[in-house]
Design a protein around this ligand. Sequence first.
Ligand SMILES: CC(=O)SCCNC(=O)CCNC(=O)[C@H](O)C(C)(C)COP(=O)(O)OP(=O)(O)OC[C@H]1O[C@@H](n2cnc3c(N)ncnc32)[C@H](O)[C@@H]1OP(=O)(O)O
Ligand SMILES: O=C([O-])CC(=O)C(=O)O
Length: 371
Amino acid sequence: MASTKGLEGIVAAETKISSIIDDTLTYVGYNIDDLADNASFEEVVYLLWHTRLPKAEELAELKQQLADNMEVPASIVDLFKSMPLNTVHPMAALRTAVSMLGTFDDEADVMESEANYRKAIRLQAKIATVVTTFARVRNGQEPVAPKPELGYAANFLYMLKGEEPAAIEIEAFDKALILHADHELNASTFTARVCVATLSDVYSGVTSAIGALKGPLHGGANEQVMKMLSEIGSVENVETYIQTKLDNKEKIMGFGHRVYRKGDPRAPHLRAMSEKLTKLTGKPELYDMSVKIHDMIVTQKGLPANVDFFSASVYDSLGIEHDLFTPVFAVSRTSGWVAHILEQYSNNRLIRPRAEYVGPGMQKYVAISER
Ligand SMILES: CC(=O)SCCNC(=O)CCNC(=O)[C@H](O)C(C)(C)COP(=O)(O)OP(=O)(O)OC[C@H]1O[C@@H](n2cnc3c(N)ncnc32)[C@H](O)[C@@H]1OP(=O)(O)O
Ligand SMILES: O=C([O-])CC(=O)C(=O)O
């Protein structure tokens, strides 16, 4: 029984939700380029949850349901206030708050598919409020209540900053949400599916997934990319900084991927957004540094940028604090996690692989006094 390290190449589930075939990413058969250029995030959420695009009235209904469910219990604010706010990472706060949301949902353990769909809506609606509430509470600001008339992307930025975002910001953020919404059997989605395959509840699945997304080899990489850009500081410093890391065999965050070989199709969209937004916000150097890093890594390592690389400068341009980048990813990916959770329930079998034992052979117990 030989093991495959990191389960590389192992097909562990069937899904109708998204696919990566020959470096092309599709959601339910729609190319990501097509969706990024034409759809709204809410349309994509509907697509992932229903495996078809919504008609106008179905989209309007989903938007209404999301808007109606955005408020979070006051205890979430108290929970955040009870945390060591100077040190807690927002992903740890989010993981804890989503788990707590489950305790307020009296349908949390009701397993009928209609109840699970209602929970999907509640979670998707509330997670935006949870992240923005955390951001404001830790900065000593009052949380901002959602405006029902705004779309999901606009509401997030509004609740975060307390002022309505400009059209260009809404468009960029909406596109970023679409690009991050789902990605086949990535580590956090797999985590969610493993969790709910025990017939545990939706909140447990999403809480587990948040824990997996937090790591810097997965969603946590976008914050690390920004840290790197801040440390580098200017285009002139890129070469020495990156070369030193490469010579020390350190990984450069935002590059490489388990599945893509030629390149991550989401990266060109984020690169174009980064170029446009960094110019508009008067920080073109962020984009110029990113391009120089990109060229060095592609030339020397043959590794293309993944979704996390150019998203860093995009989120910075949208005025999002750097340690909120991964929570923002979670806000979008909740749609994909939930889609996979619902799909797992619909055709469930416990996920329980085997491990190859590589420890010592049979041993005889030795009394503690004789060790
Ligand atoms: C949303 C997302 O999750 S996208 C991914 C976000 N994560 C990152 O950006 C972190 C940086 N990237 C990485 O760590 C990896 O490329 C991963 C985790 C994304 C994929 O990992 P794996 O498929 O397991 O590749 P693995 O880590 O085994 O790397 C294979 C080789 O490429 C090298 N490599 C992979 N990524 C990088 C990188 N970013 N920088 C430098 N070298 C790298 C490794 O050092 C290794 O080299 P070796 O064979 O000489 O030891
Ligand atoms: O698929 C992966 O391994 C990681 C990734 O790009 C994502 O989750 O978006």
